[in-house]
Ligand binder design. Structure first.
Ligand SMILES: [Zn+2]
Length: 378
């Protein structure tokens, strides 16, 4: 996914931060510093800044704990978790496949809000412990953290897919109808409806009651929810459209293999200009050595083309993600999205056999939709 920063791994699960998180971090920290939650006289500014940042970090840790709870339960139910992405209002655990049974889906979904409630209990306990001491600021920040975790639990329980509440709702509809696709469609529609209701409510708060900041928050949450519902529904449609499709089916086997020692002048004259291709596989024998793109060539001044070899500027194989010919196309696409890659080399029996271009996947989907609409479950 674009706009994400990698934070390393926790329990073997890659953790990523969506850039919107910095907005929330800045908002939370600055509001805690400016409005310290205690009666004046306020503590000194340095103390407020340090405790503001610490509280934001604990808020952040609360969200990670919530997501880890989902992930751990998913793994227990034999569903691999690809990564956890932290968004504005929490995180999204990228679970690679959906639960195969409504009961597993229900458990995975409900454990998140339950974890947030447990954290709220712990923070409230700390608040009570600190309340009798001199640490008035710390006590009130613990209380704030308790409330924010209650809010997180409540927010995530909104029955709008893909929030936890929406997943719980989908699991219940799924159990009742025994139809996974129908349940997903209903849960997404309900999620979209709730999102529009929140936006309308926000507008009403502003226009009728002049409650600007509350209204803006509702609109913001509604917009976020509507966006998330749309994105996850598209993801599901894509998953359906790509079901059973392997990398082999979209591999461009006609992609030429460039020897690593060829110079850029030769590459441009013999391959770039005649073929119009923008990305080339570099190989020695049948083994993948690397990949070179038009952008990389263009970075080298023309006067140096004759003395620069392909291997000097290529991305070496050790730094490339590769696809395997019999791999699911969906997983290839997820890898490409993760790297923001437009091209990926395809390997079969240890040899490089071709390349997958993002535009080929799009074309494949369009053609399949035109001719084989019935093969795409709707
Ligand atoms: Zn959750």
């Amino acid at each position: 996914m674009r706009g994400n920063i990698s934070l390393g791994k926790i329990f073997g699960i890659p953790l990523r931060l969506h850039y919107t998180w910095f907005i929330i971090f800045a908002l939370v920290t600055s509001s805690l510093v400016l409005y310290p939650l205690v009666e004046p006289p306020y503590p000194p500014i340095e103390q407020r800044i340090i405790s503001g940042i610490l509280t934001s970090l604990l808020f952040f840790a609360s969200i990670i704990t919530h997501e880890l709870a989902h992930s751990i339960l998913a793994i227990r139910n034999n569903i691999p978790v690809k990564e956890i992405t932290l968004f504005v209002f929490g995180g999204v655990s990228q679970i690679t496949k959906e639960a195969t049974h409504p009961r597993a889906e229900l458990l995975i979904a409900i454990v998140g809000p339950l974890t947030s409630l447990a954290l709220a209990g712990i923070f409230y306990g700390l608040h009570l412990l600190l309340a009798g001491t001199q640490q008035i600021l710390a006590a009130s920040l613990m209380q704030w953290l308790a409330w924010i975790n209650v809010f997180l639990a409540a927010f995530n329980l909104i029955p709008g897919f893909p929030l936890d509440g929406g997943r719980i709702f989908r699991a219940l509809v799924w159990r009742k109808t025994q139809d996974y696709h129908k349940a997903t469609r209903i849960a997404t529609k309900v999620g979209q409806g709730i999102a529009y209701a929140l936006i309308a409510g926000g507008i009403a708060l502003i226009l009728i009651f002049r409650l600007w900041s509350n209204g803006m928050w509702l609109i913001f949450i509604g917009w976020f929810l509507s966006d998330a519902a749309r994105a996850s529904y598209q993801q599901i449609l894509l998953r359906d459209a790509l079901a059973g499709v392997t990398a082999r089916q979209v591999t461009d086997y006609g992609s030429p293999l460039i020897p690593p020692h060829m110079n850029l002048m030769e590459l441009v004259q013999q391959y770039v200009l005649p073929t119009g291709r923008t990305c080339f596989l570099v190989s020695w024998g049948a083994e993948l050595e690397g990949m070179v793109t038009l952008q990389q060539i263009k970075k080298v001044p023309r006067t140096r083309w004759a003395i620069t070899s392909v291997q000097d500027i290529m991305t070496p194989a050790s730094k490339l993600k590769v696809a395997y010919a019999d791999e699911d196309l969906l997983s290839v696409l997820q890898d490409m999205n993760g790297e923001s890659a437009e091209h990926i080399p395809v390997i079969e029996a240890g040899n490089v056999v071709g390349i997958i271009n993002r535009e080929d996947i799009a074309r494949f989907l369009r053609t399949r939709a035109e001719f084989g609409a019935s093969s795409t479950p709707r």
